[in-house]
Write a protein that binds this ligand. Structure first.
Ligand SMILES: [Zn+2]
Length: 336
């Protein structure tokens, strides 16, 4: 009897071990044993520049060629890709303005944008034009801090969650400068309220974390980057928002509005580098949150490459890649 009991116990132990093995395989979470790779490509403040300039620089056709190449490079490196815009697609070139930026949105569809922040210039036209643009765009316009005064509800979706093939779940929250109400024709925004993005972002993040619906949280913002948070007469921007959030709440901000290359002087806190096309670019980091912005007009595509494993999200490389920018002699500036 004793012998059989031991035998039985052993058999049970073996079964339990096997079961344990199976269940752990079934429940194994993605991006725990394997590194999940993510490439974020970004632009902002393209302002009607769907066409190249008179020197043949930038433009959305050239941008598509570049993005296609970067997608192929990401695929070869086993990395998933998100293409994001920091907003202000509208206003700046008559060819675009006279067509309500339809060519710009068609080009963005071809390039394959995944989401864009709502910029203040998206309200340069009456709301019915913006509604038309939302229909043209095959990607969401997101903003968490714009409310409809009549309904008390948000006018846009506050965020979108992307579930990548490698299993990584990324929330992308949109935010718009509070200054918008003062920057545009008041008749276009009569029924809208632009609330404090610093308050809205924390509420949205808390909701996402409580529901455990994302592993990584990004904000695409149209609020401006002001070094050391010195925002002057502007509403507070990305730096001020990142500083007031608890560490670890927001992984990265892909910004716009201030129309600067956010490339910081290495080794010096809160100081812009003297960045020229083709130079290395070190993005800003405040309170653990990366902050990036790709100047303006589609002159650059920002490329941020990240690794995610077991809850750890790491930036492995960053660059601003020139889009057919030329030097004084008319030669294309090569990325390094
Ligand atoms: Zn703007």
């Amino acid at each position: 009897m004793k012998h059989n009991l031991i035998k039985g116990t052993l058999a049970l132990a073996v079964l339990a071990a096997l079961a344990g093995c199976n269940s752990s395989k079934n429940e194994s979470k993605p991006c725990v044993e394997d590194v999940c790779k993510l490439t974020v490509l970004h632009t902002n403040d393209t302002h009607g520049r769907f066409w190249h300039n008179e020197d043949g620089e930038y433009g959305m056709a050239a941008q598509k060629t570049l993005v296609d190449r970067l997608r192929a490079e990401a695929k070869a490196a086993n990395s998933e890709v998100l293409v994001l815009s920091g907003g202000d697609v509208n206003t700046g070139v008559p060819e675009s303005d006279l067509q309500n930026a339809e060519p710009d949105f068609i080009a963005m569809n071809h390039i394959g944008y995944d989401a864009m922040a709502v910029g203040n210039h998206e309200f340069d036209n009456p709301l019915d034009i913006l509604e038309l643009q939302r229909q043209w765009a095959k990607f969401p316009m997101v903003s968490a801090n714009i409310y409809d005064k009549n309904t008390g509800k948000r006018y846009f979706d506050p965020y979108k969650i992307f579930k990548l093939k490698n299993g990584l779940r990324i929330a992308v929250i949109g935010l718009t400068t509070e200054d918008t109400a003062q920057l545009v024709d008041p008749n276009h925004v009569l029924n809208l309220e632009f609330r404090d993005p610093k308050v809205e972002v924390e509420q949205v993040i808390d909701g996402i974390k409580k529901a455990n619906s994302a592993d990584v949280i990004f904000a695409i913002t149209h609020m401006g980057h002001y070094a050391d948070g010195v925002h002057g007469s502007n509403a507070p921007g990305d730096v001020e928002m990142a500083r007031q959030l608890p560490v670890g709440k927001l992984d990265a901000i892909i910004g716009g509005h201030s129309q600067n290359p956010v490339c910081m002087e290495p080794g010096v806190a809160n100081q812009y580098a003297d960045f020229k096309p083709g130079d290395d670019c070190q993005p800003d980091q405040q309170n653990g949150t990366w902050i990036m912005q790709a100047h303006e007009w589609g002159k650059y595509v920002g490329r941020a490459q990240f690794d995610y494993q077991d809850g750890k999200f790491t930036l492995t490389s960053y660059e601003l890649i020139p889009v057919n920018l030329k030097d004084e002699d008319g030669a294309f500036i090569q990325e390094r």
